[in-house]
Design a binder for this molecule. Sequence first.
Ligand SMILES: Cc1cc2nc3c(=O)[nH]c(=O)nc-3n(C[C@H](O)[C@H](O)[C@H](O)COP(=O)(O)OP(=O)(O)OC[C@H]3O[C@@H](n4cnc5c(N)ncnc54)[C@H](O)[C@@H]3O)c2cc1C
Length: 421
Amino acid sequence: MHFVVIGTSAAGIAALETLRRLGGTRARLTAVTDEPSEPYSRCLLPDLLAGKKSEYSIRLRPAGFFPKLGVEFLAGFKVVALHPEEKKVFLEDGRQLSFDRLLVATGASPVMPEVPGVDTRGVFALRTLQDAREMASLFPRVSRAMILGGGLVGLKAALALKVAGVPHVTVAVASPRLLTRQLDEEAAAMVERELTAAGLEFIYNAQPRAFVPGPHGTLAGVELADGRELPADLAVVAKGVRPNVQLVREAGGLVGAGIEVDRYLRTSLPDVFAAGDCVQVTDRLTGRKTNSALWTLAAEQGRYAAANMLGLARSYPPPLTRLNSARFGNLDVVAVGKMEGEEVLRAFEGTTGTYRRLVFEGDRLVGFILAGKVKGAGVYTALVKTGRPAWKWRHLLLEGRAGRVVLGCLPPQRRVESKIS
Ligand SMILES: Cc1cc2nc3c(=O)[nH]c(=O)nc-3n(C[C@H](O)[C@H](O)[C@H](O)COP(=O)(O)OP(=O)(O)OC[C@H]3O[C@@H](n4cnc5c(N)ncnc54)[C@H](O)[C@@H]3O)c2cc1C
């Protein structure tokens, strides 16, 4: 049986390891990626930019990983077409690969604004190692950086540039505050205070209208929709991602908010599976169809898809797609599940500078935000994930005494998840 995996990031690597572990040594494994390098952690790219990590320390697996796992690794080759009826994929150099089962783990690409000058030298997205390398090569000459986007990636990039020594870093946010999808106003204001103290500046209700090149063709400024032009010699666009669905769509497969998959992570094409940022999932709490864009979920989907490619029939439980944990300067933030619900409880603890927001529906905790002291966040997350009655523990949870909450046994579904994790 020949298994081909397109994409060697969170989902692809997890799938390859599972295919080998559960499929034994005889399965033939081939992995293709259009990136030239060995796999690395995208989540650590801001730390690389900041100089806190090296390229070596953000590698996902040690050198020799692919040969040791018995995987034929084709790096630097884009897959340009998928012919499901012939069970073949075509690489851009004209090569063809036949497969028995295929995993599409092509991830997502940054959404770039369609405005004049977006291709100007000095305008970046932060998605790949190559982006980080090119950005870092400009640092010595950068005095003003503009980040477009007040989400997690934008803020991490902004802080990284500041730590790397860029003197002026401004974040231009389309909405009236930061992290609208992750945090409520209180928690977002705490993040803003922390980042302002670290030297970042913020502009709200700001959309780019054009990137303005200087006389040498490199970026000189960013023009905003309200007419202001702000000087900048580097700009980072962080306005979300779009799933890479082209291969499946052009092959006739169904695509919604991402590649459509069933509960076994099978696409609508025969023997073609998909996992990670490229797929559409259904949020466990809201029932909304979305693409999850989270590392842990991509890896989890890779493992499930691999088990199903081997015919083991492991049903992937709908995930929690709002599951964020981040550190901004000295402030830790965890946000999980729903932001609104029937009952919302909030508390600020002055002694530790900690904010907690709990969202209940009936007896169940369906979401929470912790900002400041986040110890015990795992207990809150487990309550949201398992749906165990939690109302009786609301005071303990609101006071941050989660350690005293008794979780008991996890339901059987969790045991299946851990079996293949
Ligand atoms: C700066 C940054 C910080 C982040 N921080 C966090 C975080 O703290 N926590 C978190 O949960 N998530 C974070 N994420 C998101 C996380 O990195 C993604 O959810 C995760 O990488 C998704 O993994 P994936 O395997 O689905 O796809 P990707 O990581 O996107 O990898 C897909 C791979 O497939 C390759 N590919 C695509 N098309 C083709 C083709 N046609 N032929 C060959 N190869 C192809 C791509 O080049 C890429 O290498 C962050 C992302 C960024 C950019």
